[in-house]
Design a protein around this ligand. Structure first.
Ligand code: BES
Ligand code: ZN
Ligand code: ZN
Length: 486
């Protein structure tokens, strides 16, 4: 897909189709043709109106906001992709800053156009591969063309980082094993000079006393992998470590999931793929941070050698864990990975995981939970990632909930004694593995809701969304700017 900015009036641009966003009541805008007025008369400014004869597609948008523009551009692309056209033109729509406005337009098209059709015999291809944006149709203040052009480049990077994560999450569990994840990480690293990777196997996990991680893997036919990707540019403002839950399949283990709940559990590797997507995006955006992705990759299966409810595991950090439910496996893998990650002495430590069904129940399918000990850091992540359109809600820790993960036999239980507050008690479990000096530098993102959709939503088709990738890239980009300006 090519997206070009043209410093010309829209009527002077040659294109096969024209897309017009109908923002609230701008129906009398000068570039709306007289011949369209009749059709538009009854149009409420909601949904799409395709006027094939005049080669125009009108799309209703409630307000000029980044995420509404993403959705509008996705819906424009999807409405037109089936026609024998090669391009469409559209005016520049300013939502906030010029850079992020074009970023949103490009992301809308690329995220909206994403399909996982590898296993379909009938793959439809589209001739629509060019979008022309007129920068002279906007009547407000002067557009900064350099920034708008930057936005086009960066939107393509952030969207393809998210789509990379989606491809991995959507891949089937038969193919996408921990070893496959490791080889994908190697390919990723080989594509960039400043990205390197280390892959560790079972022997290393044993040497490192990562017994919680190993227990989860025990009855899987596929060996586990600890994947450590590093993006290290010349100039680094801070060291940021992302930790990703990489359950390539979560059957629940002996605490087996009911059939309906097991379905979609190939998506339990979404945190891992988000971390890989962030490395890809950061390398292409040339972000001024040293960024690590630490990924715990394993399946959670069932068999004669399964770890059991009643077992006690001695984790890498020395904290002992009573297993009360083998389906609360993500926190076991993360406990050991977080311990490893803190040895890297991060300035910022962020884990991403499809950790709890409770988070989906509490926040709905579209919103991720943010947890941690620093009010300022939680707020900052939410605010600085805001224009990505990814939704986050802060969930607060408290000491009453902390009581619920106490164990009578070990230092902590992997399953809370109450079924209420499950997203937070999982976050509090992870907190047990965060050393005092990193308490205020750590964030836990529970992406269980938005990582994988059973129904299409906004600009996302059903399936993986790449949750966490763009939010983190927007956050890091804004953080870099803040640090440079200070
Ligand atoms: N991978 C699941 C969480 C999940 C559920 C992600 C639904 C996406 C959609 C996780 O490993 C899990 O099974 N958690 C249990 C924890 C419980 C046993 C304490 C849960 O949420 O039910
Ligand atoms: Zn589970
Ligand atoms: Zn899981």
């Amino acid at each position: 897909m090519k997206v070009k900015l043209l410093d010309r009036k829209i009527n002077e641009i040659e294109a096969d189709f024209e897309v017009i966003l109908v923002v609230d009541k701008n129906l009398n805008h000068e570039f709306i043709k007289d011949t369209d007025k009749f059709a538009l008369f009854n149009y409420k400014g909601e949904g799409n109106l395709l006027l094939a004869e005049s080669g125009r597609l009108y799309i209703g948008v409630k307000a000029l906001e980044y995420d509404r523009v993403r959705t509008a551009l996705a819906s424009a692309y999807n409405a037109l992709k089936g026609y024998a056209i090669k391009n469409f033109k559209i005016a520049f729509y300013k939502c906030g800053c010029d850079r992020r406005s074009t970023m949103a337009m490009v992301e809308g098209v690329l995220l909206g156009g994403y399909e996982f059709n590898k296993y379909k015999s009938d793959k439809k291809s589209s001739s629509l591969n060019e979008i022309l944006i007129s920068t002279q149709e906007y009547s407000g203040e002067q557009i900064d063309l350099q920034k708008a052009n930057f936005g086009i480049e960066q939107g393509a990077i952030t969207a393809s980082a998210a789509n990379f994560a989606r491809d991995g999450v959507n891949e089937i569990p038969e193919i996408y094993t921990p070893e496959k994840m490791a080889s994908e990480a190697e390919i990723l690293a080989s594509n960039y000079d400043d990205v390197s990777v280390k892959i560790y196997d079972e022997d290393f996990l044993r040497e490192q006393n990562m017994n919680a991680f190993l227990a989860v893997n025990r009855s899987s036919a596929h060996p586990p992998r600890l994947i450590h990707l590093i993006y290290k540019p010349q100039r680094c403002l801070k060291r940021v470590v992302f930790v990703g839950k990489g359950l390539t399949y979560d059957s629940g283990g002996l605490s087996l999931k009911p059939a309906d709940y097991m379905l979609t559990m190939k998506s339990d590797k979404s945190g891992a793929l988000a971390a890989m997507g962030i490395i890809k995006g950061a390398a292409e955006l040339e972000l001024p941070f040293e960024i690590h992705a630490v990924i715990g990759a394993t399946e959670n299966m069932i068999g004669g050698d399964s770890y059991k409810p009643d077992d006690v595991l001695l984790s890498r950090s020395g904290v002992s864990i009573e297993v009360r439910n083998t389906d609360a496996e993500g926190r076991l893998v993360l406990a050991d990975c977080l311990s490893y990650a803190q040895d890297l002495e991060p300035d910022l430590l962020i884990d991403m995981a499809t950790l709890t069904g409770a988070c989906v129940v509490g926040l709905g399918e579209y919103t991720s939970g943010i947890m941690g000990n620093s009010e300022e850091l939680k707020r900052k992540f939410k605010d600085l990632s805001g224009s990505s359109g990814e939704l986050f809600s802060i969930l607060e820790f408290n000491d009453y909930l902390r009581e619920l993960i106490k164990s009578s036999i070990a230092d902590v239980s992997n399953c809370a004694s109450s079924r209420y507050g499950g997203a937070i008690t999982a976050g509090l479990f992870l907190d047990k593995f965060i050393k005092d000096e990193y308490k205020g530098k750590w964030l836990h993102l529970d992406i269980a809701g938005p990582a994988y959709l059973e129904k299409a939503w906004g600009y996302y088709a059903a399936g993986a969304t790449g949750a966490g990738v763009r939010a983190s890239l927007y956050f890091l980009q804004a953080l870099a700017k803040e640090l440079k300006d200070a």
